[in-house]
Design a protein around this ligand. Structure first.
Ligand code: NAX
Length: 331
């Protein structure tokens, strides 16, 4: 039998946490043969609720769940973890300045970076979900210099999955037959959902999405804005932000990273830019990646037309501004 893997979920008393921890305990993230020990961190005002989640995990009697640590102590939470899903953060409240929210998150991610660096297992893989996800991940990277930079990522898989979902609805095909959309850039409304290299499996072989949809106006307009604005649409409908889809996508992100992407398929991950596609280095930016043996690599050589180029640059620009704002909070 495999040794259990310790998985940290921060913000575990929140709504994504509530959807995510049972998925991890059921093997959705790491596989049906991989036992897990869940480490759940939240802040003192949420300690009682966190304990309630722990009680429910016990009550669910998950065969793969070999232990639960529920704590408000960041050192205890980080100790020995091989996977860290960072969902906890400071939400933007009405009337708050962008800088004030950034400042709160910078200080959270700075201190949690140090705790992970000192106490997590060597080669711990980190996924930042909490917004601003790309910039929180960048701060975490900066303040955990001994964690390899390729181990620090942020979630844009939800946006990727939303794009697959929109294409599948439009063409009335199975979502599992659609592949190779790309989310470029920031997990924000400047992200660029790109279908130029996406395809659909049909009885007559793989066909480009552009050919099957045959409506460039929709693909270059409403499709893009629908994916960009989907988070806001969920809040409007549900009065709460996306939770089950975020949790499921976080599982997809880690599963593919650890277990590999299928041959011929790529996914989107926010990773530290190496300058591929002329994206500035020094940013956590969403790229198309394939994963093998626990490592991601950016898909190279895709053609970028003029329309796409502008969109890649626009979202990079926003990330550079967020980075400057984050750094201004440090001093
Ligand atoms: P909730 O407010 O329900 O939960 C957040 C939890 O984090 C709370 O229990 C809170 O007490 C805890 N927390 C706050 N500060 C903490 C700290 N310093 N250490 C540990 N825990 C702390 O929010 P929820 O809806 O679960 O969303 C969580 C985060 O995900 C938000 O930042 C949200 O914006 C972000 N999202 C990111 C998505 C993505 O695709 N990257 C999509 C979904 C979501 O919007």
């Amino acid at each position: 039998a495999k040794e259990p893997v310790r998985v940290l979920v921060t913000g575990a008393a929140g709504q994504i946490g509530y959807a995510l921890v049972p998925m991890i305990a059921r093997g959705v993230m790491l596989g049906a043969d991989q036992p897990v020990i869940l480490h759940m961190l939240d802040i003192p005002p949420a300690a009682e609720a966190l304990n309630g989640v722990k009680m429910e995990l016990v009550d669910a009697a998950f065969p793969l769940l070999k232990g639960v640590v529920a704590t408000t102590d960041v050192v205890e939470a980080c100790t020995g973890v091989s996977i860290a899903i960072m969902v906890g953060g400071f939400p933007r409240k009405e009337g708050m300045e962008r800088k004030d929210v950034m400042s709160k998150n910078v200080s959270i991610y700075k201190s949690q970076a140090s705790a992970l660096e000192k106490h997590a297992a060597a080669n711990c893989k980190v996924l930042v979900v909490a917004n601003p996800a790309n910039t929180n991940a960048l701060i975490l990277k900066e303040f955990a210099p001994s964690i390899p930079e390729q181990n620090i990522t942020c979630l844009t898989r939800l946006d990727h999955n939303r794009a697959l979902g929109q294409i599948s609805e439009r063409l009335n095909v199975q979502v599992s037959d659609v592949k190779n959309v790309i989310i470029w850039g920031n997990h924000s409304s400047t992200q660029y959902p790109d279908v130029n290299h996406a395809s659909v499996k049909t009885p007559a072989g793989e066909k480009p999405v552009r050919e099957l949809v045959a409506d460039d106006e929709w693909l270059n307009g409403e499709f893009i804005t629908t994916v960009q604005q989907r988070g806001a649409a969920i809040i409007k409908a549900r009065k709460f932000s996306s939770a089950l889809s975020a949790a499921s996508s976080a599982c997809d992100h880690i599963r593919d990273w650890v277990l590999g992407t299928p041959e011929g398929t790529w996914v989107s991950m926010g990773v530290y830019s190496d300058g591929s596609y002329n994206v500035p280095t020094g940013l956590i930016y969403s790229f198309p990646v394939t994963c093998k043996n626990g490592e991601w690599s950016i898909v190279q050589g895709l053609s970028i037309d003029e329309f796409s180029r502008k969109k890649l640059d626009l979202t990079a620009q926003e990330l550079s501004e967020e980075k400057a704002l984050a750094y201004s909070c440090l001093s």
